[in-house]
Design a binder for this molecule. Structure first.
Ligand SMILES: [Zn+2]
Length: 136
């Protein structure tokens, strides 16, 4: 396992330096370099981290065209409203709340409505048994 290495980061401008110095060479501030330990990422870890990422080139804002993605409306008006008009395909949404408040019931309704609308739906639960999900 590779050892953690140190970087010296300027607390003023955030510039990283490989060696400590009394003065930040980026912004010229004195006594602002603080040591930080950086866990080394192995080559394979780095490769894995970029594997799933899409190679999307940077685009100037002035060159952006098209319209907002089509959204899937569930027909549950408040749910659609909270999501800005429906679910954006490919988006991930975290639904939080107190235990027993009805998150699972709501999401089962969402899944059922999307399924009825012809969207292929998979309900995954890490907490409830299939029997509990079925009786919701
Ligand atoms: Zn600096």
């Amino acid at each position: 396992m590779a050892r953690a290495r140190s970087v010296y980061r300027c607390t003023d401008c955030g510039a990283d330096h490989s060696k400590w110095s009394g003065r930040c060479s980026a912004c010229g501030a004195w006594n602002t370099l603080a040591e930080e330990l950086v866990a080394p990422a192995s080559a394979s870890k780095r490769a894995r981290a970029t594997e799933g990422a899409l190679a999307v080139p940077a685009v100037r804002l002035g060159e952006v065209t098209g319209s907002e993605s089509h959204r899937w409306r569930t027909g549950l008006d408040e749910f659609d409203f909270v999501l800005g008009g429906g679910i954006v395909p490919g988006a991930m949404v975290l639904v939080g709340g107190e235990p027993g408040i009805g998150k699972s019931t709501l999401l089962l309704q969402v899944a059922a409505r999307l399924d009825n609308a012809g969207h292929r739906t998979l309900y995954v639960s890490g907490e409830e048994s299939p029997l509990q999900v079925n009786s919701s």
